[in-house]
Design a protein around this ligand. Structure first.
Ligand SMILES: Cc1cc2nc3c(=O)[nH]c(=O)nc-3n(C[C@H](O)[C@H](O)[C@H](O)COP(=O)(O)OP(=O)(O)OC[C@H]3O[C@@H](n4cnc5c(N)ncnc54)[C@H](O)[C@@H]3O)c2cc1C
Length: 303
């Protein structure tokens, strides 16, 4: 890892520029290596400045959210990684909630519940940031992030700040359709409801999740996308792979599409387990599992 760049290029950028930052603490699975440079912009304009500088100098730029769906190589990632975790405001305006990209989804849901605004309950238990949830169109079979999303503000790949209506976008399964843009703000339109009704739905969806997923363990959520008409977890389970292990990483015994770090696991072990699972599922069912998680710093991945 060593990129050719100069701090001078970032003179107009307001925010933090840190070199060689360990990304494992940002990862929900607590694995992975360093980012060549971590950028933490103060404001949206500063994020746009960072995008323009990186573009001008041909520096690879990646966006890090809650680290709950991406895997960074143990050797690190040769890229500038932009993180907006400090932007964590959620503001109510009548039946709308306006959330900064770095706000956690749990804090958005808490605000909705306290405000008596319903609709987001299906997302309870997803440990994302708002920006990551919008980028991925995170959700479950009961509902997705875009269901109540009215508009988003982005920094586009050229460094322009733009407001987009959701009706102008084409979200699909685990893809908000925003490409390489940075999400800075998301506005959700919700229904006014009794707090009690919302609380009941929260509990219902949380119990559903707790029964099915290893929520207290260090994971990256679903490793693979569900193939058409199939459940990746069910295929892995039927291939007899629950509890399969490489080093410190295990196929969860609770939900086979989750890999959990049982302690001391590495990103390389996650990848070896992915290969093992893919091979076995392909052999048993002739189905190629496609990754849901994103890889940074690996061949064929980003950065
Ligand atoms: C216990 C657990 C349960 C989960 N359950 C679910 C579930 O039910 N449904 C589901 O869909 N997912 C689930 N996930 C996966 C994960 O939470 C989602 O994919 C989520 O959308 C990732 O958001 P993040 O902020 O953590 O993004 P990261 O993991 O940090 O990044 C994921 C992608 O989003 C991009 N990104 C992040 N922030 C921004 C931004 N501000 N602007 C543009 N792009 C950005 C990144 O560049 C990357 O491409 C679960 C994960 C865990 C650990």
């Amino acid at each position: 890892m060593s990129m050719d760049w100069s701090r001078k290029w970032f003179e107009t950028f307001k925010g933090v520029v840190r070199e060689g930052v360990d990304l494992a603490p940002f990862s929900h699975m607590r694995v992975g290596g360093k980012a060549e440079v971590l950028l933490e912009p103060w404001s949206e304009e500063d994020a746009a400045t960072a995008v323009r500088i990186c573009r001008e100098h041909g520096l690879p730029l990646l966006f890090l959210g809650g680290g709950s769906n991406l895997l960074v190589a143990d050797e690190g990632v040769s890229a500038f990684v932009l993180h907006v975790g400090r932007w964590n405001r959620v503001v109510r305006d009548e039946n709308r909630l306006i959330a900064s990209a770095g706000a956690s989804l749990p804090s958005l849901l808490r605000k909705a519940r306290e405000s008596g605004l319903g609709g987001l309950e299906t997302l309870v238990g997803i440990p994302a940031q708002v920006g990551g949830a919008v980028h991925m169109n995170a959700g479950t079979r009961f509902g997705s992030t875009f269901d109540h999303l009215a508009s988003v503000r982005i920094v586009d790949p050229e460094g322009g700040i733009r407001d987009l209506r959701t009706s102008d976008l084409e979200p699909s399964y685990r893809d908000g359709g925003l490409g390489d843009s940075l999400v800075t703000t998301a506005t959700f339109v919700l229904e006014e409801e009794s707090k009690e009704t919302i609380r009941e739905r929260f509990t219902e969806f949380l119990e559903w999740r707790n029964r099915r997923q290893p929520v207290t363990e260090k994971s990256l959520g679903c490793i693979f996308k569900n193939p058409d008409g199939e459940s990746a977890g069910a295929l892995i389970d039927r291939a007899g792979l629950k509890g399969e292990r490489v080093g410190g990483i295990e196929v969860s015994t609770k939900h086979a599409n989750f890999f959990v770090n049982k302690g001391g696991g590495t990103a390389a072990e996650v990848v070896r387990l992915i290969e093992k699972v893919r091979e076995r599922v392909c052999k048993e069912f002739s189905i190629e599992l496609e990754l849901e998680i994103e890889l940074w710093g690996f061949e064929g991945g980003r950065g």
